[in-house]
Design a protein around this ligand. Sequence first.
Ligand code: ZN
Length: 82
Amino acid sequence: MLVVLIFILCIIAFLFIKCGKIAVHDSFECEGAKVTGQPYGALVRGMIAGIFAEVFGKPFQVEETECIAKDDKRCVFEIRQK
Ligand SMILES: [Zn+2]
């Protein structure tokens, strides 16, 4: 429930600034890829891009700038409108 509320608040904030960040803690996808040393959240990245494209009706670019797979504390996804 809290995750849904935070996500809704992010979308509202996004309406005003046209870019934003989403942090994911303990990502199931990247947890098993800690040895790669590279961002590994392609599935989550695609889900975020798809949700934003569906909600706003426009394409979005999502980049994972921090990732637990490269020893960061969390995964951070930056979202920008194309
Ligand atoms: Zn990650």
